[in-house]
Design a protein around this ligand. Structure first.
Ligand code: COA
Length: 393
């Protein structure tokens, strides 16, 4: 994957955008007056223009998806010969196009428009929200408020949205603001091909003056406040899991009210592999949600679940095909966000409130155990081996 990231670099993406624009011209001439199902040719062309204005690299998987939808919309199903195994980039593009199977050109056009709109939407309102009176621009998040929905989008796609200390603090603040704003529901999702790769392991390499003990203590306090922000979140919180999820981004899902996932998402909590222990109230909520045995497979033995498996055990509410994930989920969320705000918030508080005290106690106990684990030889060795493996690449 790292190799692919480097091969499909941002400048190539813009070059691809320009090339695609040129390739579009015959399509405009052919279809400009045709009446079609789904997005019109004009909407398709507008989306194509907007693609070139994106400021953030949406990640390789999304770029491949854009490429595939463009080819399907303009040329129909993939009919070109399969590139050789060693032609990695063209093979990845060919696979992405081929995976669309017999999706019609109209449907591909619609999906293309939806996808570009969601990417552009994630950037534009964030800028206006940040300039329109709010006190602080987020460095690691894109936060937007639209259609009664506040969306918090993890935004370090080049690092698979790994959570740095800064990002933890920004997430706490963003959740606090979202809990108090006028939105009806709050959505958490990721930018790029990952939802989140969990705690940024570099957090363990920044040792403060007081040494390792002080680092563990400060990290524990930060984690306690972070999980508390989810336990106390006052309105419906919905996870839109756009890709693989690791570590704390998985354990916290038990505190979400609804979790929608693309079929390409996976759910992995490699704590014992890292000499650590579970957090996010998962030591209590996972056995409750999926039963002790399934929870132990995940939390003790690092079992990675597919989206379908996560849905079967009740961690995920519903799984969607990748091709229609964004459009189906957002259509649904927009409808939810039209429901009466207070009724939703009060009902959520009834469902969750009864457990609140226990969840805070679980959070305290999990943090206490982790502070101890972070200072253990087992954990130190595991973190060192992650960085050693990286340095050998
Ligand atoms: N902490 C720090 N850096 C991370 C990270 C994490 N949790 N997850 C990803 N990254 C970084 C990688 O080091 C890499 O950085 P680089 O470009 O400077 O080398 C970049 O993000 C891209 O990741 P890469 O490893 O090249 O992508 P991949 O698709 O091959 O693998 C993961 C993705 C998530 C499987 C892999 O990065 C990984 O195992 N990360 C650690 C996950 C983890 O253990 N989280 C803590 C759980 S408690």
């Amino acid at each position: 994957m790292a190799a692919l990231v480097k091969l499909v670099s941002p400048w190539r993406f813009h070059r691809f955008a320009r090339a695609s624009r040129a390739a579009l011209i015959p399509c405009v001439q052919l279809h400009s007056t045709a009446s079609v199902m789904g997005a019109s040719v004009e909407e398709f062309n507008t989306a194509k223009e907007k693609l070139g204005t994106l400021k953030n690299d949406p990640g390789n998987q999304v770029k491949l998806k854009i490429y595939a939808l463009f080819k399907q919309a303009t040329q129909g199903p993939c009919n070109s010969p399969k590139p050789g195994m060693l032609d990695f980039v063209n093979k990845a593009k060919w696979d992405a196009w081929k995976s669309l199977g017999s999706v019609s050109q109209e449907e591909a056009r619609q999906q293309y428009v939806d996808l570009i709109q969601s990417l552009v939407g994630a950037e534009a309102p964030a800028v206006s929200a940040q300039t329109a009176g709010s006190s602080k621009a987020f460095q690691t998040l894109l936060v937007t408020s639209e259609d009664n929905i506040t969306t918090i989008r993890l935004n370090r796609p080049e690092k698979k949205n790994a959570i740095t200390v800064e990002m933890y603090n920004e997430l706490i603040e963003a959740l606090d603001l979202a809990g108090k704003d006028d939105s009806v529901i709050t959505v958490m999702t990721g930018n790029g091909d990952y939802y989140c790769s969990g705690n940024d392991l570099n957090n363990f390499t920044k040792i403060p003056e007081g040494g390792l003990e002080e680092m563990a203590k400060q990290s524990g306090e930060l984690l306690r406040r972070y999980v508390k922000a989810y336990i106390d979140f006052p309105k419906p919180l919905i996870g839109v899991i756009n890709g693989p999820a690791v570590g704390v981004s998985v354990t916290l899902l038990g505190l979400f009210d609804v979790v929608y996932a693309t079929e390409k998402a996976t759910f992995h909590t490699p704590f014992s592999q890292l000499g650590q222990s579970p957090e996010g109230c998962s030591s209590y909520l996972f056995p409750k949600i999926m039963g002790a045995a399934k929870a132990s497979e995940m939390l003790l033995f690092n079992k990675k679940l597919t989206a379908t498996q996560a849905c079967e055990v009740g961690l995920v509410t519903e799984v969607f095909p990748e091709s229609s994930f964004q459009s189906e989920v957002w259509t649904r969320l927009k409808a939810y966000a039209k429901l009466p705000k207070n009724s939703l918030a009060l009902s959520k508080q009834l469902i969750r409130g009864v457990e609140s005290e226990r969840l805070h106690a679980v959070n305290d106990a999990e943090v206490e155990r982790l502070v101890e684990r972070w200072l253990s030889d087992e954990c130190m060795k595991a973190i060192m081996s992650f960085f050693q493996a990286k340095s050998k690449l």
